[in-house]
Ligand binder design. Sequence first.
Ligand code: NCD
Length: 303
Amino acid sequence: MRSLIDIIDLSVEEIDSLITTANDIIANPDKYCEKCNRKKLATLFFEPSTRTRLSFEAAMLELGGSVIGFSGADSSSSAKGESVSDTVRTVGCYADIIAMRHPKEGAPMIASMRSSVPIINAGDGGHNHPTQTLADLLTIQREKGHFDHLTVGLCGDLKFGRTVHSLIHALSRYEGVQFIMISPDELKIPDYIVHELETAGIPYTETRSLEEAMPHLDILYMTRVQRERFFNEADYIRLKDSYVLTPEKLTPAKRDLSILHPLPRVNEISVAVDNDPRACYFKQVLNGKFIRMALILKLLGVE
Ligand code: NCD
């Protein structure tokens, strides 16, 4: 039994194989529509979600399985004080696999230590979000055909943005990748990640200027300022519109730039950018469902 808590729980070869399966699902969906007959996925979401929860559920339904779960802490016994460990031991009696989102960093890891079925971390606080990273990687692979030698701009809330943390860990394992971290000083990437990049000798620069970074980028990964993780509203209001991508700001960008965003978007990308062929964020949503199908198959050990 295996869980996915951190993206580096998967080797580069395993990620390649998930991408191969996802591409095969896209090409031959009928082959997969009964693979999870009689299997159940539980989605335990203690925090709001649209894409992640629904894409897990759609993924399991498209594999022929079924889904149970809850979409808010208030509708589960955690509101009565039940521990995450007891919740997953209970749900393991009903479901074959669990996708869990929790506001506390490390909660899915604790859950995986007590669970009788695989746990998938669907986002833990400001920490990690490995399945969003799988969606990002499938998108980059389909757009660019490779991960090596890419210059990746990460823009916005790099402090609390868990998708960015997992993506850095995943892309750091490929040859010649470099990062340009674009954020206000208050929302810079956490020190522990900077330390990991330095120890591994991975090139990165930090800047406040999206304009300066733009011409160099192969990938631009925009993020939302994570309001729910701020200690006070005044800071959020001051920082929320630090970056707004518009068609004009894309003028100096490469013609084959790929613009990604894990969504939801608030203000960071003007809707006028949506028609630009370089905008990939809605393809990313669809890719998220296919790669989650591949992941469910792998963790359930279905051939
Ligand atoms: C992200 C998340 O929940 O971390 N959303 C998602 O899962 N696609 C990003 C965000 O909420 O800003």
